[in-house]
Design a protein around this ligand. Structure first.
Ligand code: AMP
Length: 230
């Protein structure tokens, strides 16, 4: 009997402890990726970047990758039916259920947010990284990544070391002036309904400042939202 009570108590404790569920939203090159890395390591949640997930599918030439590739290359959004299926499946995998998750790049439209809702997925906090459009275009055009380490550089604001690293850097095919304008336009068109939907959970942070300052402002608010124990 005593054993049963202890087990019951453990069960209640487990049920009550819900792992963090965080969404981060920001335009292309808003610095979302950098902050997402910090959030996922600090809160030990699974980082689900839909852009990275899709790029991995494209590299594998999987069915999803083949469907997504053309949209991505043109800076357009991948159709909802493809996106929603990938995200809902991933979010219900055991690591996400156990540790919680950080959704980075999803939901990008209100239909995607509705799909989360319909599947019983809600969040603790919706982080919105706010950066003026002019700054975004400059950041995108100079952005390069190192295919070996995955590190992201900016040719002007965060230059790579001279030599081997600099020579192997690559530019994302959708990081051109033309395509980024399409991506920023789509971002704005979809942002307001999302801010409206998550208005009680939105944390807007000025993203036009140094990454460490952004993190300084963001950390405490996220911690409170996910009821993290200090
Ligand atoms: P990102 O790395 O977040 O900038 O995403 C790169 C590209 O992947 C986008 O320009 C879209 O083509 C596609 N993508 C990523 N997330 C989504 C999403 N939630 N809905 C539709 N397309 C997406």
């Amino acid at each position: 009997m005593k054993e049963l009570l202890i087990n019951e108590r453990e069960l209640i404790k487990k049920k009550k402890k819900s792992p963090p569920r965080i969404i981060i939203s920001g335009a292309p090159a808003s610095g979302k990726g950098t902050q997402a890395e910090k959030i996922s390591s600090e809160f030990n949640v699974v980082h689900l970047s839909t852009g990275d997930m899709l790029r991995a599918e494209v590299a594998k030439k999987s069915e999803v990758g083949l469907k997504a590739q053309e949209f991505m290359n043109n800076g357009k959004l991948v159709p909802n039916e493809v996106m929603i299926a990938i995200v809902i499946a991933r979010i219900h995998e055991p690591d996400c259920e156990e540790r919680g998750w950080l959704l980075d790049g999803f939901p990008r439209t209100d239909d995607q947010a509705e799909a989360l809702n319909a599947n019983g997925v809600s969040c603790d906090v919706f982080v919105h990284l706010d950066v003026p459009d002019e700054a975004l275009v400059d950041r995108v055009i100079g952005r390069r990544s190192d295919p070996v380490t995955g590190k992201i550089y900016h040719m002007q604001f965060n230059p790579p070391p001279e030599g081997e690293v600099k020579e192997r850097l690559v530019q994302r095919s959708d990081d051109t002036a033309e395509k980024v304008k399409t991506r920023i336009k789509a971002f704005h068109e979809n942002l307001n309904p999302l801010l409206d939907r998550y208005k009680d959970k939105t944390l807007t942070i000025d993203g036009n400042q140094k990454p460490e300052n952004i993190w300084g402002k963001m950390y405490g608010s996220i911690a409170r939202s996910v009821k993290f124990r200090y």
